[in-house]
Design a protein around this ligand. Structure first.
Ligand code: CA
Length: 220
């Protein structure tokens, strides 16, 4: 899962990035509304964490522009404004949830999990499919009841595919989910991770659609 954090306060942003490290997300960070709108319109993100008070274009304007363009990316609004009216305006503008600063990082994590679950059409916290069970909270995977040891990248990839069963995910999208902006993409790496997942789980789990991408089907 790839998340975009849009927050102009560096210390708060660093705090959030640190808190979310090790949660199994790929995280990118921007500090102004114009760059955020551009990134969310041109790349694939599973969720945006959006501050309202931002330079160049405020968070509410970013949100309205996204929804005007029918961009459905789930948005968690961060706001220092504790007025009820701001929260109502945010929700009416298309926010999926909000947190008032200062907030507890455990609450942030729980809200992110809930939003990602909902956006993938699930109510239950565990993803279970064809004998494979993935627990996003504990970043734990089992197959046929046995623990499976995955690298962080393998986990991100499996999570992305399992959360959207029966949907072909393009190479580009999967690479964005894996690497974000801070890491170089090696042209072989996605294939290598897929190969490892097939070996650690079972080969037929992940289907290759030549020159299109990869998918996991609910039913073989
Ligand atoms: Ca701000």
């Amino acid at each position: 899962m790839r998340l975009l954090l849009i927050e102009d306060d560096p210390s708060l942003a660093e705090g959030i990035l640190t808190a979310l490290k090790g949660e199994g997300y790929t995280l990118d960070w921007l500090q102004d509304g114009v760059s955020a709108l551009h990134a969310l319109s041109s790349e694939s993100f599973d969720l945006a964490i959006l501050d309202l008070g931002l330079p160049r274009l405020d968070g509410l304007a970013v949100l309205k522009a996204l929804r005007d363009r029918h961009n459905p990316v789930p948005v968690l609004v961060l706001t220092a404004r504790d007025g009820v009216q701001d929260r109502i305006v945010g929700l009416d503008a298309g926010a999926d949830d909000y947190l008032v600063k200062p907030f507890d990082s455990a609450e942030l994590k729980a809200r992110l999990r809930a939003l990602l679950r909902r956006s993938n059409g699930r109510a239950e916290p565990l993803i279970s499919l064809r004998g494979v069970t993935l627990d996003p909270q504990n970043q734990h995977v089992t197959y046929a009841g046995c623990d499976i040891n995955l690298s962080p990248k393998e986990f991100v990839l499996l999570h992305e595919l399992l959360a959207q069963p029966d949907r072909v995910l393009s190479r580009d999208r999967l690479e964005q989910a894996l690497y974000g902006w801070n890491e170089e993409v090696d042209s072989n790496t996605l294939e290598v991770h897929i190969h490892h997942l097939r070996r650690k789980l079972f080969p037929e789990l992940i289907r290759t659609l030549r020159s299109v991408g990869y998918m996991i089907e609910r039913q073989p």
